[in-house]
Design a protein around this ligand. Structure first.
Ligand SMILES: [Zn+2]
Length: 811
């Protein structure tokens, strides 16, 4: 078929939708986007659509493959070729020569992961249409496979489009959503790329590192509205030490190509080296870089969803003209269509570059993989070893860490026999992560401690540290020098089934694992009495035996059976009635808390402002959990000028008074990080947050830790710390730190020099301060977390503190 005939047959997005993608105030929802793309795929020999699976809320999650018909005919061979290029250990010279002659370059363009950054969801339709119809582009598709994810969050696209449509033409047009645009994690859907907890992350991760192995990943974003019009790489310093120089230069090359195409087209306001750095791991532009893929990000200035904004040049915050910003934007009206146009030019610039420099991209990809393997062979370090339980406190955290690595296509091996490495002996069953593998950077960066050093006193773009053995509470030992062992490669790790040991109908749990908290929730939900006896939990009877037998087998913990005897301690007789407060601010920490509770079978009721204001909370609940939110955010919420009245105003005085009455009446209030400030002031607690009042960046002379891991020492004697080790690592993200007086008790205290991974300025200020506090108030109690016990679903090592707080510290 000739291109002309194709053009006649294929419907443009405008013809299908009835408006041009990017038109003012007009948005296509997921049904419209997917219908258009499916139709295009049916009619164009260049476009193929796969459904990778279902989104969190059940929408089809699509991947487009756009390449020449000849390449589509041999697509399986092309995928096999990418897999070989990704792992140079299996690549013979003859195969490489053959691949160099025929293999197209493969790029992935991912749109709309952040749903309010909506232009790319619309742009993708035009890009696919142009790739399928414009002869100048179609002729490149012999040398190139373009993978495109039209929306990385179809649920969120629909959430945002329906909100926008509902309030179009009202004072709330283009305003904030009162809830998250991903069911659980909102904006953090782009903070999940190594932990891989959510449905969408799982689908894309499998496609990326098992199926397609593209050489370039381009993640299309938008940022605030009042700065430069488009950020393109080079990124800002610092550069993560695990990134190869050729990879960094490759990223710079793509960014320069995009910028020059934009300026060639007369666009202005394109900037390099804005606030996005090359330090962080966990975003969709950063995790692929640890897999030798060129990870590119663009960030366009936003509009009010689809409504234009007009700027005078003086009201903009732009850098002066310079090498990183040769053409400042003159101001004027900025529209959705402008973002679509910029993103389209940037995407097509990448398409042209990758097709033209096909061989350079292939050779670079192979070279990066080869150097990663060589670096690992020479032993800097040689391997990490994760000894098996009982050397691990929580067998599921141990297997979970290995499975996180496996999800990122890191090779993990199991020792079939004991072995000795660097003078230490490890038992059979130890997991070994050799560094001589292509995705070494991913494994190493997740297993080692981060040492962030600010450049020009700038804070990191996101968090500074993420070391999994710390966050997950898993022992992982680095081995610097080569060793040999009898190793078997594994696909997944499950903990050895646990069991009930000993004789008798009374059962003792040491409560050291998260699996035991799940079992406690199941026991209480079944009406079984659980006694908190010193540092153990005690239950009795045949039904408890059945529940514990099942749970121990599934989750790898051991229960001791003993003869029935009298036991002193507090006894819980049913599952505490847990309320989880959901402010109308789209609170991400609330979403993660909800997700973690659901993973561990902990039932909860979501409560909103109106539920709190109604009062009489003690009749309905035993525990109230306030997620991380400022005191002001809790009390005042979003102003009614920005959001419809039913979502405005926060919990207000009535809600705050009801919470106070709840605690004095015997309830347990659990405050996560920022919400501690609310409890301290509203309940007059004898506690001071010494970091309250806001350090804002490393340039100031105040304490600063933007996302780091600290060690703390735990004190016993509270239900919150039952089963928790004497010391552990906690996650700190601009968190609180407390001094206590009177009846308030510090349950976790910072030692000298507590920093384990990330960055902290003036860490000595933490010494002796509390990270976790329990305060009796009236006949109830308040538990203050100066940390993130469930941070982004990563911190398995501190989930237990939150579980104990809601299960065991209930009245
Ligand atoms: Zn974004």
């Amino acid at each position: 078929m000739t291109p002309l005939l194709l053009l006649a047959l294929l419907q443009s997005p405008a013809a299908s939708l009835g408006f041009e993608p990017g038109a003012d105030s007009m948005l296509a929802d997921w049904k419209q986007v997917s219908t258009y793309l499916n139709g295009l795929a049916q009619r164009s020999p260049y476009v193929h659509v796969d459904t990778l699976g279902r989104s969190t809320e059940g929408r089809p999650f699509l991947l487009l493959t756009i390449t020449s018909p000849a390449n589509h005919d041999r697509i399986t061979a092309i995928k096999r070729g990418q897999k070989l290029l990704a792992d140079p250990r299996t690549l013979t010279d003859a195969v490489l020569t053959e691949l160099r002659s025929r293999q197209p370059a493969v790029i992935l363009i991912s749109n709309n992961i952040h749903s309010t950054e909506i232009a790319s969801s619309q742009m993708g339709m035009t890009l696919a249409y142009r790739l399928a119809t414009d002869p100048a582009l179609t002729r490149l598709l012999d040398s190139l496979v373009v993978l495109m994810i039209p929306s990385m969050n179809p649920d969120g696209l629909d959430t945002v489009v329906s909100w926008y449509r509902r309030y179009k033409g009202t004072p709330y047009e283009g305003g904030p959503l009162p809830w998250l645009y991903h069911k659980y994690v909102g904006h953090d859907n782009n903070r999940d790329w190594f932990m891989v907890t959510q449905a969408e992350t799982k689908l894309v991760t499998r496609m990326l590192y098992n199926d397609w192995f593209p050489e370039v990943v381009y993640d299309v974003h938008q940022m605030g509205a009042n700065g430069v019009r488009l950020f393109v790489p080079p990124f800002q310093d610092p550069v993560n030490p695990n990134l190869d120089p050729a990879l960094v230069a490759g990223i710079n090359l793509v960014g320069a190509q995009m910028a020059s195409a934009l300026y060639d087209a007369g666009a202005t306001g394109v900037a390099h080296q804005e606030r996005y750095d090359l330090w962080w791991h966990g975003g969709f532009r950063s995790t692929p870089t640890r897999h030798n893929m060129i990870g590119v990000l663009t960030e366009a200035a936003s509009v009010r969803i689809a409504s234009p904004i007009t700027w005078t040049v003086d009201s903009l915050r732009q850098p002066g003209r310079g090498v990183n910003y040769p053409g400042p934007w003159p101001g004027g009206t900025w529209r959705l269509g402008d973002i679509v146009r910029y993103e389209l030019i940037a995407s097509e610039a990448l398409v042209r570059l990758a097709a033209r420099d096909r061989l350079a991209f292939i050779d670079r990809f192979v070279g990066l993989g080869r150097r990663a393997v060589e670096a690992g062979r020479s032993g800097h370090p040689f391997a990490y070893v994760l000894p098996p339980p009982p050397a691990q406190r929580d067998p599921e955290a141990w297997s979970g860490l290995a499975n996180v690595l496996l999800a990122g296509s890191v090779e993990v091996w199991r020792a079939a026999e004991p072995f000795t490495a660097a003078g230490r002996t490890y038992p059979a069953g130890s997991l070994v992560v050799p560094m001589a593998q292509p995705f070494r950077a991913h494994a190493k960066d997740l297993l080692e401690a981060q040492r962030y050093t600010p450049v020009n006193d700038r804070p990191p773009y996101d968090v500074a540290g993420w070391t999994l053995p710390f966050t997950m509470g898993v022992r992982a030992e680095v081995v610097a020098e080569p060793f040999t062992a009898n190793l078997v490669k594994v696909d997944s790790v499950i903990p050895t089934p646990g069991r009930i040991e000993g004789q008798g109908e009374m059962f003792v749990l040491r409560n050291q694992t998260n699996g035991e908290s799940r079992a406690v929730a199941a026991l209480l939900a079944a009406g079984q009495a659980v006694t908190v006896a010193g540092d153990s939990l005690v239950v009795r009877g045949p039904q408890a035996r059945r529940i514990l037998g099942e749970q121990a087998a599934l989750h790898g913990f051991t229960v001791r059976a003993v003869p029935v005897a009298a036991v002193a301690g507090k006894t819980l007789r049913r599952l505490p009635r847990i309320a989880l407060y959901q402010p109308w601010t789209g609170n991400i920490d609330e979403g993660w808390t909800r997700w973690v509770f659901e993973q561990y079978g902990i039932s909860y009721t979501t409560v909103h402002d109106s539920d709190l204001r109604r009062g009489q909370l003690r009749q309905r609940f035993d525990v109230i959990v306030l997620p991380n939110e400022s005191a002001r955010g809790l009390l005042q919420g979003v102003d009614s000028t920005r959001i419809p009245l039913q979502y405005a105003g926060g919990m207000g005085e009535a809600g705050a008074n009801a919470i106070s009455e709840f605690v004095r009446g015997g309830g347990t209030l659990v405050c996560l990080d920022g919400s501690s400030n609310f409890a301290i002031s509203r309940l007059n607690l004898p506690v001071v947050n010494i970091l309250g009042g806001g350090a804002s960046g490393p340039q100031v002379s105040l304490f600063y830790a933007p996302g780091s891991i600290f060690g703390v020492a735990l004190g016993g004697g509270s239900p919150v710390t039952v089963g928790v080790p004497d010391s552990l690592e906690i996650y700190f993200e601009n968190s609180a730190a407390f001094t206590v007086e009177g009846q308030a008790r510090a349950l976790a205290t910072y030692p000298a020099e507590p920093l384990r991974s990330g960055y902290a300025r003036f860490q000595e200020r933490l010494e002796g301060k509390a990270a976790l506090v329990e305060v009796p108030v009236g006949s109830g109690r308040v538990i203050l977390f100066g940390m993130r016990p469930q941070f982004r679903g990563q911190t398995h090592g501190t989930f237990k503190l939150l579980f104990n707080a809601v299960l065991l510290a209930a009245p």
